[in-house]
Design a protein around this ligand. Structure first.
Ligand code: NAD
Length: 322
């Protein structure tokens, strides 16, 4: 069978597929293929499967380019880049990589929370600029975590792990908002469920976003909801950029509506909203929350296993449903 991988990922995927005798082509240019470039490449061979990334838009036009490919295995847990409804209509299977990156993303989320609330990046810059003249009793005061409240939006795998680290490690109170209740939050983290997002925003010291990008979650955090947050609160988003209205966030950060923010994802990646990068009360990382050697290797293993299962006539464990 023939498989195409749209960008270099850990070699594990290629190795696992080749060991079973499959032919694997990998985009060797170290760049994201545009949709048109991807279509051109896929038209060249009757591929049976495609490994794609969150940076590839996969829709009807792409499926048309390679009608032989009946599986698109996303090298990510989020799959908002794929038109799953269209895939399902055509009998094409879409898979993702849940769980493989949960710890890595949760740990990065906590890193962002600590960085912004304890002003790590801002004070690092100050020091490097030679401004430090000795211990300052009132310099860089931030927020301590113990006893504070973290509001988790999206109580799934990553949200749970973030809540667990903050509750068990920092003695924080956890509250959560989701379309459905999650008993584990209540049992293991003593967390309170909020049916109302607005009510959760009003009482959280940290708001951490972990919902998937859907029509229902686009701009879930908008101007009005930012205004409901405490002036001393911090917003952290490691889910998908469009879940937060980035322009509204910049305004909120400029005007002291909230204390600060940490972002790993952006509304129009790789572009940033005007003025975002000039703010001192935000910590930004370039979509690296899953970037640990272990997580990326685990994702590569899962992606290969999903393809292998499919090619062997089994239903892949990580098949996603629209
Ligand atoms: P998950 O499916 O386990 O959890 C998502 C939770 O969001 C679920 O509990 C679901 O019920 C809830 N949800 C769905 N729609 C909602 C809505 N409208 N309002 C409130 N809650 C809603 O997923 P996960 O593994 O925890 O991953 C979460 C997201 O994190 C992914 O979808 C992906 O977009 C993002 N992610 C980002 C990175 C990164 O590199 N920054 C890495 C991995 C995942």
């Amino acid at each position: 069978m023939k498989v195409y991988i749209t960008q270099q990922i850990p070699e594990i995927t290629e190795k696992m597929l080749r060991e079973l005798g499959h032919e694997v082509d990998v985009n060797q240019q170290n760049k994201i293929l545009s949709k048109q470039e991807l279509i051109t490449v896929l038209k060249a061979k009757p591929y049976d499967g495609v490994v794609c990334l969150l940076t590839n838009t996969i829709d009807g036009e792409v499926f048309d380019a390679v009608p032989t490919a009946k599986i698109f295995a996303n090298y990510a847990v989020g799959y908002n880049n794929i038109d799953v409804v269209e895939a399902n209509k055509r009998g094409i299977i879409v898979t993702n990589t849940p769980g493989a990156l949960t710890d890595a993303v949760a740990e990065h989320t906590v890193a962002l929370i600590m960085s912004v609330a304890r002003r790590v990046v801002e004070s690092d810059k100050y020091l490097r600029e030679g401004k430090f003249k000795g211990w300052e009793p009132l310099g860089f005061l931030g927020l301590d975590m113990k006893g504070k409240t973290v509001g988790i939006l999206g109580a799934g795998r990553i949200g749970f792990r973030v809540g667990q680290i903050l509750h068990k490690g920092f003695d924080m109170n956890v509250i959560y908002y989701d379309v459905k209740r999650n008993e584990m939050f209540e049992k293991d983290l003593d967390a309170k469920y909020f049916e109302s997002l607005e009510e959760l925003l009003k009482v959280s010291d940290i708001v951490s976003v972990h919902v998937p990008l859907l029509d229902s979650t686009k701009h879930l955090i908008n101007k009005e909801r930012l205004q409901m947050m405490k002036k001393t609160a911090y917003l952290v988003n490691t889910s998908r950029g469009p879940v937060v209205d980035e322009t509204a966030l910049v305004e909120a950060l400029k005007n002291g509506v909230i204390a600060g923010a940490g972002l790993d994802v952006f509304e129009n990646e790789p572009a940033l909203a005007p003025d975002l990068a000039d703010l001192s009360n935000i910590v930004i990382t370039p979509h690296i929350a899953s970037a640990t050697v272990h997580a990326r290797n685990e994702m590569a293993t899962l992606v290969a296993q999903n393809i292998i299962d499919f090619l062997e006539g089994k239903v892949p464990a990580n098949k996603v449903i629209a």
